[in-house]
Design a protein around this ligand. Structure first.
Ligand code: A3P
Length: 287
């Protein structure tokens, strides 16, 4: 445990962004509504990208909303301090939320609801690299001593929002729920348009071809990087210092090859094989 982090039921969290009390409230008392939509990820798996896609789908491809309102107001993070006031004053339905919670800490009331969850998974080696860079520039996070240290913490499950392995196993274990859509970052990269169509079908949202094109166009890496409502440039430099590393850093798959040594990659694979042997969904990189 470090100065910036707390532990809640086995999950490491940033004391600056949330608390055990809030996490307890969200799990046990927060009431999910049938028309709520949740964008759920382990950090650095494409959370902001999905916010952009969902915001654009919601506004029929019109980018006005996503170019005038910061993404944290369009889809507030469910479990963070700032959102708790908004929950009290009430948010307009349908409510769209973002969350990094593992399934076991997600609101219990979700199970009795028709609310929809989109859970996005990213190749864990790329996720780790992205988190490593993010940790250098985000004051809410501990700065790892080295990439090796970050890797060891990842393999032990000792990072923000807990073990990646447990997070993915927990959510994918719910795969048979009709109100859960599981996506991967790599699918988004490969076929953004196809993914937008899948998401629209899942949400029951009918968009014509031109509107789908506009969603895709405005959710590209380049356009998000140019959009100050999506690129976090509105955040004070003391919170997010993009001189150290941009939030929209590379936006590719396979960057792990520039960071892992052969030994680190093999060590990672060994743990991955052990921990993920019971994975019940098909993911392209999973053996
Ligand atoms: P990199 O650090 O590898 O570039 P999150 O939003 O969960 O924090 O994830 C951030 C990661 O998603 C960053 O990865 C960021 O560049 C990437 N990302 C965000 N929007 C993207 C987009 N439109 N296309 C590709 N990658 C995107």
């Amino acid at each position: 445990m470090t100065a910036k982090y707390g532990n809640h039921k086995g999950m490491c969290f940033s004391l600056l962004s949330t608390s055990s009390e809030i996490l307890t409230f969200i799990e046990n008392e927060f009431q999910v509504l049938d028309d709520d939509v949740f964008n759920v990820t382990y950090p650095k798996s494409g959370t902001s990208w999905m916010i952009e896609i969902l915001s654009l789908i919601r506004s029929d491809g019109d980018p006005h909303w996503s170019r005038t309102v910061p993404n944290w107001d369009r889809m507030p993070w469910l479990e963070v301090k700032e959102t708790q006031e908004k929950l009290k004053t009430g948010l307009q339905s349908p409510r769209f939320f973002t969350s990094h919670l593992p399934f076991y800490l997600f609101p219990k009331s979700f199970s009795r609801s028709q609310a929809k969850v989109i859970y996005t998974i990213r190749h864990p080696k790329d996720e780790l690299v992205s988190l490593y860079h993010f940790s250098q520039m985000n004051m809410y996070l501990e700065v790892p001593e080295s990439f090796e240290q970050e890797l060891q913490d990842f393999l032990k499950g000792d990072l923000i929002y807990g073990s990646w392995f447990n997070h993915v196993l927990g959510w994918t274990g719910e795969k048979d729920r009709a109100n859960l859509l599981i996506m991967t970052y790599e699918e988004l990269l490969k076929d953004l348009r196809g993914c937008v169509v899948r998401i629209c079908n899942f949400l029951g949202k009918e968009l014509d071809e031109a509107a789908i094109d506009k969603v895709v166009e405005n959710a590209t890496f380049k356009n998000m990087k140019d959009n100050k409502m999506a690129n976090y440039s509105l955040m004070p430099e003391e919170v997010i210092d993009q001189k150290k590393s941009p939030f929209l850093r590379k936006g590719i798959s396979g960057d792990w090859k520039n960071h892992f040594t052969v030994e680190q990659s093999e060590r990672f694979n060994k743990v991955y094989r052990e921990k993920m042997k019971d994975l019940t969904v098909k993911i392209s990189w999973h053996e």
